[in-house]
Design a protein around this ligand. Structure first.
Ligand SMILES: NC(=O)c1ccc[n+]([C@@H]2O[C@H](COP(=O)([O-])OP(=O)(O)OC[C@H]3O[C@@H](n4cnc5c(N)ncnc54)[C@H](OP(=O)(O)O)[C@@H]3O)[C@@H](O)[C@H]2O)c1
Length: 275
């Protein structure tokens, strides 16, 4: 593909990718694009009928019913994908997410705890899948290049009034992504983050962004294609649409050199990661 493909070129086998939440929406569009780029692609979701429809569209897709919020399902998911590939996974795409409305001035929000599943699905699950991905590569002595693509949102940088947990979980996952990228520098596993624009998906119905910007299937496909192009070209921060680029410009990132300097100033004892 134009711009090269650092991941496939560094491997002596067909690259394998897992996309969580790849049955519909942006996840499915990215899955189709990775198939076009020659990957063996697995997707998971909770709804079997959507997985069946995705498989009917793309018979080469491996579809696995799994709830990423369940630790048992996460373990089974990684094992099934590895079994299909016959080796550890090369590319993990943490895409599955949900969004709910909350209003902390409203009795309905205060009378029940509805925050838990957003925290579990949008934050705890992808953090643990990163761990499982890296552990499986360590156990399988995978020494080729690998990639983690975390699907973020411009909403990781500002609160949407109706969706505080969505923004908070995405902000937390963004921060984890920044640290993970630094931890893995030099290991061969590169960490990518994409900031899609408002897309007219099921998630957007809950976000109520469709009323503001209904970016339909053509844009979803274009965003997926640009995201995969950037991933394979090694561009770690991916703003795949003019709306993403405009929003990101409002929230400048810390200069990596300044971040290095701050971290150099933090002294760590031997075995610090066991504390
Ligand atoms: N749409 C937007 O405007 C927008 C903007 C910026 C960023 N994003 C991000 O883009 C990503 C994809 O969003 P989308 O708009 O394509 O959403 P979507 O159409 O609602 O698709 C979400 C996917 O995640 C799956 N999923 C949800 N919870 C799951 C769970 N517990 N376990 C396994 N799979 C689960 C869903 O399937 P099941 O429900 O069957 O499990 C579905 O396949 C998300 O990370 C989202 O935050 C979206």
């Amino acid at each position: 593909m134009a711009g090269g493909n650092w991941l496939s070129e560094g491997l002596d086998h067909q690259p394998g990718a897992l996309i969580t939440g790849g049955s519909v929406g942006l996840g499915l569009a990215m899955a189709r694009e990775l198939l076009r780029q020659g990957f063996a692609v697995s997707v998971c979701a909770r709804t079997q009928s959507d997985l069946d429809a995705a498989r009917a569209l793309e018979p080469a897709l491996q579809t696995i019913r799994a709830d990423v919020a369940s630790a048992a399902d996460r373990g089974r998911l990684m094992a099934e994908v590895e079994q299909r590939l016959g080796r550890p996974l090369d590319c993990l795409v943490n895409n599955a997410a949900i969004v709910r409305a909350h209003d902390y001035a409203n009795p309905f929000t205060l009378e029940q705890d509805r925050a838990g599943d957003e925290i579990a699905i949008n934050f705890a699950a992808p953090v643990d899948l990163c761990r499982l991905f890296l552990k499986s590569r360590m156990d399988g002595a995978a020494n080729g290049p690998g990639a983690i693509l975390n699907v973020s949102t411009p909403g990781a940088f500002f609160p949407l009034d109706a969706n505080p947990l969505y923004c908070a979980t995405k902000a937390g996952f963004h921060m984890f992504t920044l640290s993970l990228r630094r931890h893995l520098a030099g290991t061969g596993v590169r960490v990518f983050e994409v900031y899609p624009p408002a897309l007219d998906t099921r998630l957007a119905d809950a976000l109520d962004v469709a009323s503001q910007a209904a970016n339909g299937q053509d844009t979803i496909d274009a965003v997926a294609a640009e995201t995969i192009r950037a991933l394979l070209a090694g561009e770690e921060v991916i703003a795949p649409h003019k709306q993403s680029r405009a929003l990101l410009k409002m929230f400048p990132q810390m200069d990596p050199a300044a971040l290095d300097a701050v971290n150099r100033g933090v002294k760590r004892r031997e075995g610090w990661d066991r504390a």
